[in-house]
Write a protein that binds this ligand. Structure first.
Ligand code: SF4
Length: 386
């Protein structure tokens, strides 16, 4: 057994653990564990500094989860775009391929709670169905392996999936959506990255939400991936009490760049059942973007997006930089709120086309009948019964 697997075995993963370690009431602990399974591996647990801190909030259940029962289970309507249970095919040229329901830490804010942690939701038969679906759809050139966390499967199983994908000629790009570099960096081993190298181009999208997660262990994991030629991007989720502070986000994104991780998205929290307490006003996200752009390297500035409820896809949001127009000038403001004018290019109006009338056209025009607009036809009404 590898170290990461041994660490997983030592996870906090039951209502009883919550009672013994954190003093939860037994009935409450059982209800929360039933609502969404608990799993916190010892590495992530060690990052907690005090009860209720940004790490705690992400992994320790909260009684408020039980109150939020009206939100949808599938806010992004992924299941409507699932031709087979392991595939979501929403965009023309790419597909999401779920290869496991397991994660090394069950995040209390997870969008895919309806599937994650439930081992009956993804099985080997469905993985094969997913491969068959991708092979039968030549328009799919980009695969996002997800779950759960695709690095929860063994290197052997992962290699079987990757090699099967690489046998499909139209699959150009493979992306791994994994939280492992953040929550269990010991999973990123020299053996794993040596295997990944065989199946390039492989991109990795990981998921850090707070600067305290940028540890030496996480840095080493990201370096292993980057050295193996996998570009690593980060998708953070904006959450109340975790990172809804411009200074925290600035620190996080600067640290990520130092770890060779390119900030990619900040997601507005989804409307998933049991997660409402994490949601923040959109104004907060715009304020954070305002604090990033211009105040740090452009490389550290991600897109702030709302994944539109119901399956509309990601919609980017930006603070207002264009203030208006004065004639042909555009009025802009910069990151210091200084006003600038930019002379826009005046677009040329298309000139009216000169039509040379040929002899033939002229004759046709003169002989054409004048079209008289249809007039209502007046009819004599006949007496009924004639
Ligand atoms: S690692 Fe990802 S899929 Fe797993 S619980 Fe966390 S957010 Fe959900």
């Amino acid at each position: 057994m590898e170290l990461w697997q041994e660490m997983l075995r030592q996870s906090v993963d039951s209502g009883k653990d919550l009672v013994d370690r954190f003093g939860f009431d037994k009935e409450l602990a059982d209800r929360l564990n039933k609502l969404f399974h608990i799993r916190i591996n010892p590495y992530y647990l060690s990052l907690i500094r005090y009860p209720g801190d940004p790490i705690w909030l992400q992994c320790i259940p909260d009684a408020v989860e039980l109150e939020d029962r009206n939100a949808p289970e599938d806010p992004l309507n992924e299941d409507a775009d699932s031709p087979v249970p392991s595939i979501t095919h929403r965009y023309p040229d790419r597909a999401l391929f779920l290869v496991t329901s397991q994660c090394s830490m069950y995040c209390r804010f997870c969008t895919r709670k309806r599937k994650v942690s439930d081992s009956t939701k993804i099985n080997a038969k469905w993985i094969q169905q997913g491969l068959d679906y991708i092979a039968a759809h030549p328009e799919i050139r980009d695969i996002v392996l997800s779950g759960g966390d695709p690095l929860m499967v063994t290197d052997y199983v992962l290699e079987r999936i990757l090699s099967s994908l690489r046998e499909i000629p139209h699959v150009e790009i493979i992306r791994l959506g994994t939280k492992m570099p953040c929550v269990l960096p010991q999973r990123i081993t020299p053996k794993l990255v040596k295997m990944l190298k065989k199946y390039h181009p492989i991109y990795v999208n990981t998921h850090f939400n707070h600067p305290w997660e940028c540890t030496p262990e996480a840095e080493k994991a990201c370096a292993l991936l980057a050295d193996a030629g996998c570009p690593v991007g980060n998708q953070a989720v904006l959450m109340k009490g975790v990172n809804d502070d411009p200074d925290v986000m600035l620190e996080l994104h600067r640290k990520l760049l130092k770890m060779r991780v390119r900030p990619y998205y900040i997601y507005q929290a989804d409307l998933t059942k049991g997660t409402n307490h994490f949601r923040t006003p959109v104004r907060k996200g715009l304020e954070i973007m305002d604090k990033l752009r211009g105040h740090t390297s452009g490389l550290a500035v991600p897109y702030y997006v709302i994944d539109a409820p119901g399956g509309g896809g990601k919609i980017p949001l930006l603070p207002q930089y264009v203030l208006g127009r004065n004639g042909k000038d555009i009025i802009l403001r910069n990151f210091k709120y200084e006003i600038y004018t930019y002379p826009d290019v005046e677009e040329e109006q298309p000139e009216p086309q000169l039509v040379v009338e040929t002899k033939y056209r002229r004759r046709r025009r003169l002989t054409e009948k004048k079209v008289v607009p249809n007039e209502p036809v007046k009819r004599e009404l006949e007496p009924v019964g004639k």
